[in-house]
Design a protein around this ligand. Structure first.
Ligand SMILES: *[C@@H]1O[C@H](CO)[C@@H](O)[C@H](O)[C@H]1NC(C)=O
Ligand SMILES: *[C@@H]1O[C@H](CO)[C@@H](O)[C@H](O)[C@H]1NC(C)=O
Length: 807
């Protein structure tokens, strides 16, 4: 650049020389602007033809008038130099040409030279925009051809260095158009050549470049910001035509189900979309107008509706809208318990029902769907029942096993029904079931054998023992009645021995037992329940009769006959210990009661005989002497060991003699006759007393029988009770001798209620009595007396007893 400008300087100097030559005292120079300080403008001395001395002597100086001193004179060298940098634009602005008019003044002689320094332009300024950016807001609806005035750029340079052209980039939507103006300036316009679309590009940035023509070219740029203004040219559009949402039933309110979204390419109000539900379902669902969130506002029950269809509209504020559909599927939640309904139910079931007997029918409902509504029912495994599904939702409860009321009389069958949901819901019901009784158990005695002990001579009616049987059944089926099984003991029916209280099972003796006749006996008692048919079992009862010392010993030998005279002979030569005789006695009692001991009670000569206490042997105690009388009479007492003991005495006649005639002579005065007479007298008195007593008694008996019969007939009539008098046969058969027979008669009265029955014991029956006239009685008594004469003494006593028992 220096060289270029230097060449230009020299060129201009040459021209000026010509000019100086022509014009008196005047030179012109042409220099480019912006020359550096000290740069030579022109050799003024040379150009003006002045000597350097002249410059000094003439005190040459420059005069620039008002202008600042841009150029100075170097007097030494005779040249003009740049004193201050010259900016053409500052000096002249747009004015061309631009020149500095200077005078050089010389003194001695005063001379004035006019110097013109023309400043030529250099492209030192770029076109410049005042603002760094320009802003436009253009509606997208602007039509093509619309013009927008742009700000001009300014380039202070002139000529070719000044502003030459504009360039706009990019050029898609706009083109530039330059208009030459009156002042030669060019105004610049931007013309819309392609419509704007805000939705496509809401903002454009263009770069406007202003160029000058200098060498090199300089440029200035400005950014043009174009904001595309919206117009409602777009309707909202849902992102999907159909939305799908699922929700569980019973979801809480305000649960967000889905978000619908519509986009509106417009901006501002035209692009602000509001949503609303257009189908009539607004009580259940709500769509947020701004966000498009669909929330639940009511409660949804799957059992009522399993899905919903919701129409939603989106609308911008320009009135354009779109719609979509939201399909909400409701998912079932296991929110319903199965409900159990008892269709039919039997409250009690017989214990003999067969397995698989239906007891109850159930209907189970669960409104839930699928697994949540699939119901299973169970019962406790341990009870003999089963539950079966007969058909969908119907169940029947059956017996699964045989039932036994005696083990379980009642069941609480708890039926639990649960669905298959997760978690599963269940409900249960308890069925109370009674097992009704069937008479399937017979009474069972507590013992296999009962044994009772009775002392003989017991009072009739004595309670001997009680049998007891239990029946496992219930109520009437368990009500045990005791009956005496018919059998016979020694030919007599068992009922004449014992009776059994039907209710209590107490066994009573019916008669007084005699150990000497019967020591024990067995009979059977049947226990029978009240079922229909009734069941029974029997048990053997053994009655043992205990001995009492009721019998005195009986002397078998020597035989005590009133008439004959028996005597034992003892020879006079008999030694000490000679066995005279042996008293033989028996006792029909047993044990201690039959242990006999013998004692000598009376004797003619106590010293002569002794009696063996154990064996009853009568032996001589000393040597028999001649002085001993022939007739010896001994009385031996036989005692048993009972408590109290009983005894019998026997008289033994002993003849101490060597020959029978001796004995006979001695014994003729034996008081046998007297004794016999005494006996006879006794019997006669006794018979007389008895006859008269009998007569009175007969009268009394007849009267009382009459009264009794009359009463009983009244009882029959009144109560209609089946009174079965029982009269055992009369045993006082006098035709038989030896042993005594049964002497009691009993009357057993049964009433309808056998439980309450009581046997009437120990009541001599007047009806069993033979009614005899006194003569007949006397005859019989006589006959009997004759017989009795052959009997033992003890039996005489019994005979008396016999007679009295008739009464
Ligand atoms: C059955 O239930 C009832 C009442 O809840 C109760 O009284 C009875 O004892 C129960 N029976 C059984 C066998 O558990
Ligand atoms: C008990 O009863 C059974 C059956 O009825 C019978 O076979 C048996 O002989 C009875 N026993 C007696 C001792 O009566």
């Amino acid at each position: 650049m220096e060289t270029i400008s230097g060449a230009a300087v020299w060129f201009s100097v040459l021209i000026c020389i010509c000019g100086v030559a022509a014009a008196f005292g005047q030179v012109s120079y042409s220099i480019p602007e912006e020359m550096s300080k000290g740069a030579m403008v022109g050799n003024i001395a040379l150009d003006l033809g002045l000597e350097l001395n002249r410059l000094n002597s003439g005190n040459a100086r420059m005069y620039s008038g008002d202008n600042a001193e841009y150029v100075a004179l170097d007097k030494e060298r005779g040249v003009l130099v740049i004193k201050e940098k010259i900016d053409r634009e500052a000096l002249c602005g747009k004015t061309t040409p631009c020149a500095l008019h200077l005078q050089m003044i010389l003194e001695n002689p005063m001379e004035l030279y006019r110097i013109t320094v023309e400043i030529t332009d250099t492209n030192d300024n770029a076109p410049n925009f005042q603002r760094t950016q320009m802003k436009f807001e253009i509606s997208e609806s602007a039509v093509t051809g619309a013009t927008f005035m742009l700000e001009k750029a300014v380039d202070p340079d002139v000529g070719i260095n000044g502003l030459q052209s504009y360039v706009l980039k990019p050029t898609e939507n706009f083109v530039l158009k330059l208009h030459s103006q009156m002042d030669g300036d060019k105004s610049v316009e931007m013309i819309l050549q392609k419509p704007l679309d805000r939705e496509e590009q809401g903002h454009l940035t263009l770069l406007l470049t202003a160029l000058d023509g200098g060498e090199p070219r300089r440029s200035g740029t400005v950014e043009i910001h174009v904001t595309v203004l919206d117009s409602n040219d777009n309707a909202p559009i849902f992102t999907q035509k159909t939305y799908q949402a699922t929700m569980t039933e019973n979801a809480p309110k305000e649960t967000k189900l889905a978000t619908v979204r519509a986009t509106d390419a417009d901006s501002g109000a035209y692009g602000a979309v509001t949503y609303y539900v257009s189908s009539p379902m607004s009580e259940l669902f709500r769509v947020d107008p701004r966000s498009g969130d669909v929330t639940l506002t009511g409660s949804v029950d799957f059992e009522k509706a399993s899905h919903y269809r919701l129409d939603i509209q989106a609308r911008d504020q320009g009135g354009l809208s779109d719609s979509c559909t939201l399909i909400i599927d409701v998912l079932d939640v296991n929110d319903n318990k199965p409900s159990i309904n008892i269709l039919s139910m039997s409250n009690s079931v017989s214990e003999e029902s067969k397995p698989a007997t239906v007891i109850a029918m159930l209907n189970v409902n669960d409104p839930d769907s699928g697994k949540n509504g699939h119901v299973r029912c169970d019962i406790d495994e341990s009870i003999p029942f089963a539950i079966k599904s007969t058909s969908d939702r119907f169940f029947s409860l059956l017996t699964d096993d045989t039932l036994d009321r005696e083990k379980n009389s009642e069941f609480n069958v708890s039926v639990t029904c649960s669905d298959d949901g997760v978690p599963s819901l269940s409900s249960s019901v308890t069925l109370r079931l009674q097992i009704s009784d069937v008479n399937d158990n017979s009474p069972v005695f507590e013992r296999a054998l009962y044994e009772g002990l009775v002392g003989e001579n017991n009072g009739p009616g004595l309670a001997v023992l009680a049998v007891k049987a239990h029946d496992a059944d219930w109520n009437q089926n368990a009500r045990v009645t005791y009956l005496l099984e018919e059998s016979s003991i020694n030919g007599a029916p068992v009922s004449s021995y014992v009776s059994v209280n039907a209710d209590s099972g107490v066994v009573h003796a019916v008669r007084s037992f005699d150990y000497e006749q019967i020591k024990s006996f067995y009979f059977c008692v049947r226990a029978q329940d009240g079922g229909s048919p009734s069941l029974y079992s029997n048990v053997t009862v053994k009655i043992l009769i205990q001995d009492q010392n009721d019998n005195a010993p009986q002397i078998l030998y020597p035989i005590q006959s009133g008439g004959s005279l028996v005597a034992e002979m003892v020879p006079r030569a008999a030694d000490v210990g000679y066995l005279v005789t042996k008293v033989v006695a028996v006792d029909v009692d047993s044990g201690q009661n039959a242990w006999l001991s013998y004692k000598l009670q009376k004797a003619t000569d106590r010293a002569l005989f002794e009696v063996g206490a154990q064996n009853g042997e009568i032996r001589t105690a000393r040597q028999v002497t001649d002085k001993d009388p022939v007739k010896q009479k001994l009385t031996v007492v036989v005692e048993d060991n009972g408590q109290p003991s009983r005894s019998a005495t026997v008289n033994v006649n002993v003849a101490v003699a060597d020959s029978f005639p001796e004995v006979l002579s001695e014994f003729t005065d034996f008081t046998h006759e007297k004794e016999k007479n005494e006996n006879l007298t006794f019997y006669l008195v006794l018979a007389l007393a008895a006859v008269s007593f009998l007569f009175i008694c007969c009268l009394v008996v007849i009267i009382s029988v009459k009264i009794y019969r009359w009463r009983q007939s009244r009882l029959f009539c009144q109560s209609n009770l089946p009174v079965i008098p029982y009269y055992p046969p009369h045993y006082a058969d006098t035709g038989r001798t030896g042993t005594l027979q049964q002497m009691y008669n009993y009357e057993v009265c049964m009433t309808t209620d056998s439980r309450k029955s009581d046997c009437k014991f120990s009541r001599p029956s007047s009806q069993g009595v033979l009614i005899m006239d006194p003569k007949e009685t006397l005859r019989r008594l006589q006959k009997e007396k004759d017989l009795l004469e052959d009997l033992d003494v003890s039996e005489e006593v019994r005979t008396v007893f016999l007679y009295s028992s008739y009464l």
